[in-house]
Design a protein around this ligand. Structure first.
Ligand SMILES: *Cc1c(COP(=O)(O)O)cnc(C)c1O
Length: 552
């Protein structure tokens, strides 16, 4: 066949560049076909289709065919990959900090997906570049920054946000390191409950993972300020530069929140005392906690949304710490965590947008870019091409939900977590581990009969004679999890998760925890009840020695 004939067919494989409503119908109907096939996979279970494990062996055997296939044949092949996929928005799904994207955010993503703006510069981003500026200003205002002064870019995740924060901090502490390389050692200070991306960033920036100083935390999983002071003093006394202090504002497993105000005061005090010529950079890793900013102007006394007492207390306690975000020099925000957008929608905000100048490259190094337009984030971003999906998804939700909508979604998630906690606390064989944390995540453990769940936590944590029992109880909870998980995949109970180490004991042993992370707006009290019921019956099965066997 002559290529011109083939080309004519292939032109139908693209959305048409000039108006063709009939073909638009074909595009939309093709999407509908895919959705229809996905719908056939839905059941009562929190997954699509049946539990299916990835078949890597088969995948590695696949090759490109000589002849292509028609779209109608490709769609079912693509939909196949949803077999066994979790439905994060399912009321029986409480696995991790993964939201279900809203319709607005899906449409927000669909438009740049189709028209392919490049946020490198408004040359190619056009008004999508404006959307990024708008979403940035809205988020800046939300967290208490001055939007006129602040600046931000969307990047490849909370990890990317941290990378930007520490990179700028490094340039403040060791000026010229972008050009000349890192000629002096630098350190990152972060808590033991901080995300492992601190290590990642240290490695990728050439700071070195060994130079991430891990500061102990309180039992509420927040950084110990005196220990931070000691670590900072030791580093400064040894002549080392501080690339960044990372404040974890909502830790991944437990929702621990650091005392940012004290960190900021400490930073200022030490800078003066040591006569530093730079102010050590504070990056707030608020990828989870940022969303609680919507409560900064909520009237907790009047409580117009009618949350229960326990919930109001939890929301107010979190807001009490989150309100200090404005004191950080940079903030990582994941709309794709507590903002209900699809992956990836992550914003890194700087209180002073001029901080980006510190990491900008000169125009001569990028000859093919920036011939026109006025907004060129590509001069300082790590990425060259950046998609418009992140800002459009964020903007869609910020507009659609407003503060009230986010208060409702987060308030409900926290209310469900509080309902669960109340039920766990009232049961003699169960105990909440992160009772001092006030988010949508509940870490808990089950114990065999005869264990005093009031005292066991403290003993496991700090009594040497208890180490063997701690490890046995870790295994006990792992077995309970296995059963609960298998039942959930089969459509009974709720899919929760397990963390191998929500924090360490005084001896460095890991404490295993069952974990319920509520984000779905479809969660309700019955499902929370069902968690307790299934954990208790799994516990009985483990007591009978049936732990290793999966549930029927
Ligand atoms: C998830 C998470 C990160 C990493 O964010 P990504 O968007 O997954 O790259 C960093 N810090 C904390 C506290 C997190 O929970």
């Amino acid at each position: 066949m002559h290529y011109q004939e083939l080309l004519e067919k292939l032109r139908q494989a693209f959305p048409q560049p000039v108006s063709d409503p009939v073909h638009d119908g074909y595009v939309v109907f093709s999407i509908l076909r895919a959705l229809d096939q996905v719908d056939a996979l839905k059941s009562q279970a929190p997954i699509l289709g049946v539990p299916t494990e990835p078949n890597y062996e088969q995948a590695r055997k696949e090759r490109v065919d000589e002849q292509g296939r028609v779209l109608e044949a490709v769609i079912p092949e693509l939909v196949r990959y949803l077999q066994g996929m979790f439905i994060w928005g399912h009321p029986r799904s409480q696995i991790n900090v993964v939201p279900n994207p809203s319709i607005a955010s899906i449409i927000g993503v669909l438009l740049p997906l189709t028209y392919n703006p490049n946020l490198c510069s408004d040359e190619g981003g056009r008004r999508f570049s404006e959307a990024e500026v708008r979403a940035t200003a809205m988020a800046a205002d939300l967290v208490g920054y001055d939007p006129a002064l602040a600046g931000g870019v969307f990047t490849f995740g909370g990890t990317g946000g941290l990378l930007y924060g520490v990179k700028v901090g490094l340039e403040k502490a060791v000026p010229g390191s972008s050009r000349g390389g890192l000629k002096e050692g630098a350190v990152i200070l972060a808590s033991q409950q901080s995300h492992y991306s601190c290590l990642n960033v240290a490695s990728w920036l050439g700071i070195g993972q060994d130079n991430v100083i891990s500061v102990p935390t309180h039992l509420d999983n927040s950084i110990q300020i005196p220990a931070l002071e000691q670590a900072a003093r030791e580093a400064l006394s040894a002549g080392r530069k501080i690339a960044a202090i990372v404040a974890t504002m909502g830790s991944t497993d437990a929702f621990g929140i650091d005392d940012l105000r004290s960190i900021s005061t400490l930073r200022n005090r030490l800078a003066e005392e040591f006569s530093l010529v730079y102010l050590p950079h504070i990056h707030a890793d608020a990828v989870i906690g940022w969303a609680w900013s919507v409560f900064n102007d909520y009237d907790f006394t009047q409580n117009p949304l009618g949350f229960r007492g326990r919930t109001v207390r939890a929301l107010a306690a979190a807001q009490h710490d989150i309100q200090h975000l404005r004191l950080a020099d940079s903030i990582g925000i994941d709309f794709h965590k507590t903002g209900y957008t699809p992956y990836i929608s992550s914003l890194v905000l700087f209180r002073d947008g001029r901080d980006f100048d510190r990491i900008a490259r000169s125009r001569e190094t990028m000859p093919y870019l920036y011939q026109s337009g006025t907004c060129h984030p590509g001069m300082y971003t790590l990425e060259t091409t950046r998609s418009g999906m992140g800002p459009m998804a964020a903007l869609a939700n910020l507009m659609m939900f407003g503060k009230q909508g986010y208060r409702t979604l987060l308030g409900h998630a926290v209310e469900m977590a509080e309902v669960l906690r109340e039920m766990i606390e009232s049961h003699p064989n169960l105990t909440v581990l992160n009772g001092e944390n006030v988010g949508a995540v509940t870490l808990f453990r089950a114990y065999p009969d005869g264990v005093d769940t009031f005292s066991v936590k403290a003993r496991e944590r700090s009594e040497a004679g208890y180490r063997k029992l701690l490890l046995a109880h870790n295994e006990y909870n792992r077995q309970i999890f296995q059963r609960v998980h298998a039942e959930a995949l089969a459509g009974a109970g709720v899919a929760i998760s397990l963390t191998n180490c929500y924090r360490q004991t005084d001896f460095g042993d890991p404490i295993v925890a069952l974990k319920s992370y509520v984000l779905s707006p479809f969660s309700d009290e019955n499902r929370m009840q069902s968690i307790v019921k299934h954990v208790l019956s799994a516990r009985e099965a483990v007591d009978r020695g049936e732990g290793a066997k999966a549930a029927p």
